[in-house]
Structure formats: structure tokens, C-alpha cells
Design a protein around this ligand. Structure first.
Ligand code: GCB
Length: 831
């Protein structure tokens, strides 16, 4: 039985065609960590909080869910269908063990028919997300939240029903097109629990158009396995522009002609090929452009209601994408259905990431990978959106990073090739009308070992201009690859940079985490990729920020390469993609950065996102005409002190966007607070909306001596304003400022930055020792002694004093042999 989900752009609903399928939402839960039952609702995970707190790691262990089910008809067959549980599951019915499943990202059915009784039944589900060396992923740059995080159903079936296999109904449908664009539906299916009368059972296949009008029907006698073929004249084609779907309804009829099982699926007719001169869909070239997607969401972990997940796809489509990579694992069924309806071509893969074991675990790991790929294919095969099927991501990354001795390397290579070949063969066999893919990182090991020759299309995850090199290096690298391997169609399966909406910089640089650098990088990549025809597609990393517990970053434990934030509010770059990918929809708006320009200079660089010519008006000035280039415009304007009005008009004089920008000099004659961040060139908006300006953007404060910048991207404990503390200056003798006479509150901010752990992802960025900071500092503020004692590594210490200033504020070391290391200073005039 297949639940039928009808989808409209923002609304979706689940219609139960038969009463046999009931969602089980309410459970009781306890874990080894908190052994006390509490009621929970599915979707559920136990890692929403601890994967983001200051303690390293998150709880990985066993959790137990229990619930009660009322069964009324005992003669039927009963299954519990789990859509996704991370990552090992064992199920008991009335304390009898009923079955298990390994792997956190595919659905599975547990047949409970033998154990159920009429009346109330106790269901117990044990879920384990402990690190397991035999189940992929072994490691990856995302958080492995534990729990029953996708929906669960109780399914009642007649004793004869469509067979279930690998977590799906064993029905595979191909909607094929011949050379004259005539359609043929080829359907393969199987029946379970045959009784003697099966010979007299029939199936009826109905094909209906989008308005539910019956356009073809056949009825056939069947055996335990069956094949049906139906020709369709001139079917409407499926494509991202025209996602035309047909409804397939398959009925299983008993000897009396009564429907005893029913299967629904939407199908679409499309023909595609990947060549080195481009990707063709339905005979026409189309550049595949889109994003990658992780499934988690701010505050929810991976337990994300379906409506929110579908909203992601709507946003992805609205951005102008035609392509979506579901990285790095199969996602909820509803995601594939939404892609069918919205018109998004999918790349979907299993989470074989970073490395393959070489110890005794290998054979079990391999078996689990094979099983996972079978489930992945069987559960999603029938979706017209699914075109690319993958099975590995950056599989030599761990080996590259650890650089083991040669003998070990050879073993890793041997197992990895063996697994890749097995999964490639399996995918080609089980999904013959699809394209196989593999994503690799920017290293020649994939060519040298020839693993890159296995998939039909190769995906490169490239980060020139972030982890290595410069943005412009991308094209050079790709052309060299194309010269060496001219027959390979390529997809740039990942490219991106971390960007924090609170960090801004008008002269952005690699690794500064500013939104402006993200705004430089993505257009730079797009320019280099759009006309290289052997690059058939590109998917930005990532649609949204996502949880990765092992990361530091301005928001610790979050990978911030999203085009939208973790809560899905768009970053500026989202609108840029929309502007260039949907030129038919006119869009002109200001790049949103800081509400206040605090600088000695009234000049400010303005960025405009636009796919049309615009006219800019600043205060009472004449309108200035500005031409766009690839979706953006950059221009300098002069601001007056105080409030400034900026407006944007299109060529017909229609207002497109307006904003109010305050210009304030960094002095304390008019304003009452000045916050300065040391060791960075970024502006930062803190959690009270206070803007921290970089030291180099003001002339009020003077730092004496040759200072050194100390930087880190590690989590700083006890704050959400990590960027203030992730940069410092050391070797400071004296800081002075000439201030208007008055009373002041002065806060000095410190952090003790040690050497960062390098992450496996930071390919060429092995960190230098930043341990130059003293854990005790003695400082004088206008002669008043302050002792900063026992700074803890990666913790913050703030020290506030109130003082009277006649003319100068002087902060200096109290001990001539020591120098000061400091992250920030906030001076508040009390008047
Ligand atoms: C990659 C990985 C992805 C990471 C990404 C990053 O190449 O495939 O899982 O999240 O880089 O942000 O470093």
C-alpha cells in the first residue's frame, strides 16, 4: 500500500485511500541518558540541543520508544512501516522480537503479523545511534541525530497483497519514450502471500492524466510476478518547466473482482542524456543548476515536519533551480514527490562518505552498503524527478588527510575500488534507466586509482577560493581535467563558502565568513561554469546552513555555507541566484548588510542585486542610472551624517526597494557606545544588535606597538557572539583614546585562543598555533589595576569598570614584561 500524497505549491495533504494505513504519532520515550519515560511525538530526535551546546560531542546511544496499538482484525497481515530511523532499529511486539533494520536514511517494513493479537498490543522500538563501524556513514560533516525522526505507519493488508521488498511495494515503473516521442509504461510487480486461488487473481492498471481522466486501462491475470506494458499516444512530457505527471493506479483484484490492494504513483515521461557537450532533456539542452540539501532545520535537528521540508523545495524552485542534489543520503519520500510536482531533477545518493574500512568490518560494511543502495533505489525508482543515482562522496578524503603509510593506503584503495565497482554495477542493474554518479574532492587520487572512470557522470566538489587557491583557479582546473579526460561529462556537485549574516566587509577575503565574500564567490563560480559545456550541472553547497557538531565557525556546530540560514531566512546570495536564474521575473533590491555605517569615511560601497537596469536615488540627489552585470551592481555613495534614504527604481520609474541607512562617525561626542573588535576586518552585529567595528575602520582608538592578529574559528564557550572572541590582537603595550570629558563604562573582552583542531574538510588549511595568549593579564585602565585571571581556553572573559575621563582613556599593561592580548573593547558614555 502506498500512501498518496497530493501536492500543491504551499499546501500538501495526505489522503488515506484505505483505512489500513494509520500513522502512529504518539509514543513514550526513554534513553540511557535519561532513563525516565516521557511522552513524545514523531518525528523525534534526542539531539536537538546537545548537538549545539558548548560541550564537545552529542549523545550517541540507545533510546527506547513504546506505544500501544489496537488491532481489530487479526486475520490480516500487519506491517509497521518506518520512513526513517537513525540509525539501528530493533522492534518487539508484545515483548516478542519482530525484526531489525540498519541504516538511518531509508524506509523499512517490519512484518509483525506473527506477533500481534486482537486488542491492545505493545510495541517497543529500540533505536541506537552509537558510532557503528559497519553502517554508513562512518564519519561526515553533518550531525547524526538519533531517533525515530520520520513518520511511522501501521499497515494492514489482506493476506494477498502487493509484495513488499526493501521498504517499498515491489513495483517498478518506467515511463519510456520512443524516437517519435510516443510513450510506453512498463510496470513490473510481485504479489505476496499467494493462496491457491492466486491464478484467478488479476491486476488492473489505470493511467489517468493530471485531471484524473482515465486515459488507459488494462486488466490481466497474474502470477506471483507480473509485467504490464501500456502504450500512450503523445504523452505530455515531464521537465522542470512543465512537470507534467500522470497518475498510475494499480488494483489487485481477488477471484470475485473485489479490489484487495491498491498502489498509487505519479509518473512522468522524460528522456535524457549526459554528454560532454551538455545535458539534454527531451531532446533539448539544459544546464542543470541548483543546490544541495541537508534535511535538518534550526531547533529541530533532523525531526522536521514534512510541511517544512516541502517548503524547502518550494524555495529551491522559486530561486530558479532546476536541479537538486539530496546530499548525502536518501531523504523523506515527500521530498521526491515534491520534486516530481515542482519540476526539480534529482541526484540522490547513499551516505558512503570519506572512507571505507580496511579492518574486519569491511565485509559487513559492504553488505550494509549494498542493502542500503537496494532500498534507496526500490523506494525511489518510480519518481520522474530522480535521474542521477549516487553512492559515494569524497571517499578518499580521510586517507588524503591522514596520509597513512603506503601499505595501508593500498589496502584502502583496494577496498574502496571493490566497493565502488560493486555499487556501480548494482546501480546500473537495478536502475537501468538512470545515470550513475559519484562526488569526489579536488585531488588526483581519484584519477590515479581510476575510480573516477566508474560512474557515468563525475561530480567534483570544488572549493577553490575557500579551502584552497583563488576563485579564478576553478576554470583552469576544469579545463585541465577536460583535456585529460575529454569524454567525461562533469557536474560541480559542491562549491560554496561559509557566510554569516552578522559579518560584513566591503573588501571581503577568503575565510572571513562575511556575506560579501559569499557574494563574490558564487557569481565568480557561475561565470566560469555557465559556458563550459562539458560541465553539465552545478549544485551550490548548500541550500541551507546545517548542523555539523564537529565544526567551529561564527555559529559553532553549524556549517554556514547555506544560501539561506538554518531557519531558512534567505541570505543575500539567495536573491542573486533568483535574479540570474529567473530573468523573466524582474528583481531589484539592496544587498542587506549593516543598518548603520560607522566609519571615519562617509563613503560606502552599495551592492544592488538586480536583473535589470536601475536608477538609484540617495536622499535628494538626482537618480543615477546603473547597469547590471550578471545580476549585480556595485557603486560607491557619499552619506550624510544621520539618516539617509536610498531608493531604487526601474526604468519605468516604479519603486523597487528602499532603505534607510544611518551614517555615524566612530566618536563619542554624539553617540554613546563604541564597540571595537580586534584582529579582524569584519563588522559584526551582536545579539543585542550592537555593531562592532573593526579596529582599522576608526581613528579614535590607537593601539601601540606591533600587534599580531590571533584568530580561530573554534567555538567560544558561554557566548553566542563568537566572532568577537574568535579574533584578538596580542603583543599590545598600550591602547589610548581621546574622549570627551565624562563618565564611562569600559568593557574589555578577552578569550584564550589555542591551536584549532584542523578539520578534515579544511584541505589546505592546516592551522598554525595561535597559543600566544597569556591566561593571566594585569592591566591598568587610567591607572586603575585590573587582574584578568585564569582565562580558560576557548572561553570568554569580560571585564567592566566605570571611570571618569578628563581627556584620555589609557589602557596599558601593568607589568612591563608582559603585553596585552585583547579581543574587543566597548566604551559606553554615561554622560
Ligand atoms: C565537502 C563535503 C561536505 C562538506 C563540505 C564543506 O566537500 O562533501 O559534506 O560539508 O565539503 O562544507 O566542507
Amino acid at each position: 500500500m502506498n500512501k498518496f500524497l497530493s501536492f500543491t505549491v504551499t499546501l500538501f495533504s495526505i489522503t488515506f485511500l484505505f483505512s489500513q494505513e494509520v500513522e502512529i504519532k504518539k509514543w513514550n520515550f526513554y534513553s540511557e541518558k535519561k532513563p525516565k519515560f516521557q511522552p513524545v511525538k514523531i518525528p523525534h530526535t534526542w539531539n536537538t540541543i546537545d548537538a549545539f551546546d558548548d560541550e564537545p560531542g552529542y549523545w550517541r546511544g540507545k533510546g527506547t520508544y513504546t506505544t500501544q496499538l489496537n488491532i481489530t482484525k487479526i486475520k490480516k497481515v500487519h506491517y509497521i512501516h518506518f520512513n526513517g530511523v537513525n540509525q539501528q532499529t530493533k522492534v518487539w511486539i508484545n515483548d516478542s522480537y519482530a525484526g531489525q533494520h540498519k541504516g538511518g536514511y531509508t524506509a523499512f517494513d517490519i512484518d509483525i503479523s506473527l506477533y500481534v493479537k486482537k486488542g491492545t498490543n505493545k510495541i517497543t522500538v529500540e533505536v541506537d545511534n552509537t558510532n557503528n563501524e559497519t553502517i554508513p556513514p562512518l564519519e561526515a560533516d553533518f550531525t547524526f541525530y538519533g531517533g525515530i525522526y520520520r513518520s511511522v505507519y501501521l499497515c494492514e493488508e489482506e493476506t494477498t497483497h502487493f509484495k513488499k521488498s526493501n521498504g517499498a511495494d515491489a513495483i517498478k515503473i518506467d515511463a519510456l519514450l520512443d524516437n517519435d516521442w510516443q510513450g510506453e509504461v512498463q510496470l513490473k510487480g510481485a504479489i505476496s502471500n499467494m493462496d491457491k486461488q492466486l491464478l484467478k487473481h488479476k491486476v488492473r492498471l489505470n493511467i489517468k492524466d493530471a485531471t484524473n481522466k482515465l486515459i488507459a486501462t488494462i486488466e490481466e491475470n497474474i502470477g506471483a510476478e507480473f509485467n504490464l506494458n501500456v502504450k500512450l499516444k503523445n504523452p505530455l512530457l515531464w521537465s522542470p518547466q512543465t512537470p507534467n505527471l500522470y497518475n498510475v493506479e494499480l488494483n489487485l483484484l481477488d477471484v470475485n473482482g473485489k479490489i484487495i490492494d491498491i498502489y498509487h504513483q505519479k509518473i512522468g515521461f522524460r528522456k535524457f542524456e549526459a554528454t560532454t557537450s551538455g545535458f539534454n532533456l527531451n531532446g533539448k539542452p539544459i544546464k542543470l543548476i541548483g543546490v544541495n540539501r541537508h534535511q535538518d532545520f534550526e531547533g529541530l535537528g533532523n525531526a522536521v515536519p514534512i510541511q517544512k521540508q516541502i517548503q524547502d523545495l518550494v524555495m529551491i524552485k522559486n530561486m530558479g533551480s532546476n536541479f537538486l542534489r539530496l546530499a548525502h543520503y536518501p531523504q523523506d519520500k515527500a521530498v521526491y514527490k515534491a520534486a516530481d510536482s515542482l519540476g526539480l531533477i534529482l541526484w540522490s545518493e547513499i551516505p558512503v562518505v570519506n572512507n571505507v574500512p580496511i579492518n574486519a568490518n569491511y565485509s559487513e560494511y559492504k553488505e550494509n552498503c549494498i542493502q542500503m543502495q537496494k532500498e534507496h533505489i526500490d523506494q525511489n525508482y518510480n519518481h520522474p524527478s530522480l535521474i542521477f543515482i549516487g553512492y559515494m562522496n569524497e571517499i578518499f578524503l580521510r586517507m588524503y588527510f591522514n596520509n597513512p603509510e603506503d601499505e595501508i593506503k593500498q589496502k584502502i584503495i583496494k577496498n574502496t575500488i571493490d566497493l565502488a565497482q560493486t555499487l556501480e554495477d548494482l546501480t546500473r542493474k537495478e536502475a537501468p534507466n538512470h545515470i550513475t554518479v559519484m562526488a569526489i574532492h579536488g585531488n588526483q587520487i581519484y584519477n590515479e586509482t581510476k575510480i573516477a572512470n566508474l560512474p557515468m557522470v563525475l561530480g567534483w566538489n570544488l572549493y577553490q577560493g575557500w579551502y584552497s587557491g583563488q576563485i579564478q583557479d576553478l576554470g583552469i582546473f576544469l579545463d585541465e581535467e577536460n583535456k585529460k579526460y575529454p569524454n567525461r561529462p562533469l557536474i560541480i556537485s559542491e562549491y560554496g563558502v561559509d557566510a554569516d549574516k552578522r559579518l560584513h566587509n566591503s573588501d571581503p577575503k577568503k575565510m572571513d565568513f562575511s556575506e560579501e565574500y559569499q557574494f563574490k564567490y558564487h557569481p565568480g563560480y557561475y561565470q566560469q561554469l555557465k559556458n563550459r559545456s562539458y560541465v553539465i550541472g552545478m549544485t551550490a553547497w548548500n541550500f541551507a546552513d546545517f548542523g555539523s557538531e564537529l565544526r567551529g565557525n561564527p555559529i559553532p556546530h553549524v556549517n554556514q555555507k547555506g544560501l539561506v540560514n538554518f531557519d531558512r531566512t534567505p541570505k543575500n546570495i539567495y536573491y542573486w541566484y533568483k535574479a540570474i536564474l529567473k530573468p523573466e521575473e524582474k528583481l531589484s533590491q539592496f544587498f542587506k548588510d549593516l543598518p548603520t555605517h560607522i566609519s571615519d569615511s562617509p563613503k560606502k560601497k552599495i551592492i544592488i542585486i538586480s536583473n535589470q537596469k536601475v536608477f538609484l536615488k540617495v536622499n535628494d540627489s538626482e537618480k543615477i542610472e546603473l547597469q547590471e552585470n550578471t545580476g549585480l551592481i556595485e557603486t560607491w555613495i557619499n552619506l550624510k551624517e544621520g539618516s539617509n534614504n536610498l531608493s531604487l527604481y526601474d526604468e519605468f520609474g516604479k519603486l523597487q526597494d528602499s532603505t534607510n541607512l544611518i551614517y555615524q562617525k566612530p566618536d563619542l561626542t554624539k553617540s554613546n557606545i563604541l564597540s571595537i573588535n580586534f584582529g579582524t576586518e569584519n563588522y559584526f552585529i551582536d545579539d543585542t544588535n550592537q555593531i562592532w567595528i573593526p579596529y582599522n575602520q576608526q581613528s579614535l582608538l590607537k593601539v601601540l606597538d606591533t600587534v599580531q592578529n590571533v584568530n580561530s574559528s573554534s567555538n567560544i564557550k558561554n557566548t553566542t557572539n563568537d566572532p568577537i572572541y574568535q579574533s584578538s590582537i596580542s603583543n599590545v603595550e598600550k591602547i589610548t583614546a581621546e574622549l570627551p570629558r565624562g563618565d564611562y563604562e569600559v568593557t574589555l573582552l578577552f578569550s584564550l585562543l589555542k591551536k584549532d583542531k584542523s578539520l578534515v574538510y579544511e584541505l589546505n588549511n592546516k592551522k598554525e598555533d595561535a597559543n600566544t595568549v597569556l591566561s593571566n593579564q594585569n592591566i591598568k585602565i587610567n591607572g586603575k589595576l585590573i587582574k584578568i585571571e585564569k582565562l580558560n581556553p576557548f572561553d570568554k572573559t569580560d571585564c567592566t569598570i566605570t571611570i571618569k575621563v578628563e581627556k584620555d582613556l589609557i589602557i596599558e599593561t601593568a607589568n612591563e614584561t608582559e603585553k596585552i592580548t585583547i579581543s574587543g573593547i566597548k566604551i559606553k558614555r554615561l554622560f
